[in-house]
Design a binder for this molecule. Structure first.
Ligand SMILES: [Zn+2]
Length: 146
């Protein structure tokens, strides 16, 4: 259960900073997570600070599929396998690729653009391996009006 021995080799923290320095809160230290769909065809890896909160989006697709969202720049995301398994679904303004596994149907992540036009991914935090979403602070996100 404990992640306390995790080494951070990819972070940009000053190399002399103690790992748990108070001003360097744990949430700032990137960790590597893996996740994917239900059947295992789609697998990815994402490096980001351990999420302390999740967005509960009220848009029609997130609401209907029960997503708890996290966001990260696409540069921190790597699809390990399953690109050919991914089906794309778009609606409304068609700016977000709501990808799902063609075998099991699970939407484990989506591709979109940030406000500055750079590629971002949204992650269904429920699809991360060994990640407990029950302790997350839930923040409402009004995607329906976005
Ligand atoms: Zn699948």
């Amino acid at each position: 259960m404990s992640e306390s021995s995790t080494h951070s080799s990819t972070g940009d923290a000053p190399e002399n900073a103690p790992e748990n320095a108070p001003e360097n809160a744990p949430e700032n230290a990137p960790e590597r997570f893996q996740g994917g769909c239900h059947c295992g065809a789609v697998r990815y890896e994402i490096t980001m600070p351990r999420p302390a909160k999740a967005f509960d989006c009220n848009c029609s697709i997130c609401a209907s599929t029960g997503w708890l969202l996290g966001f990260a720049p696409a540069t921190q995301f790597r699809l390990l396998q399953g690109e050919e398994q991914l089906r794309d679904y778009q609606f409304n303004k068609r700016v977000i690729h709501h990808l799902f596994c063609g075998t099991c149907g699970i939407r484990s992540f989506a591709r979109g653009l940030g406000h500055d036009g750079s590629p971002w991914v949204s992650i269904n935090l429920r699809c991360l391996d060994d990640f407990d979403v029950s302790g997350l602070e839930i923040q409402r996100y009004d995607g329906a009006s976005a």
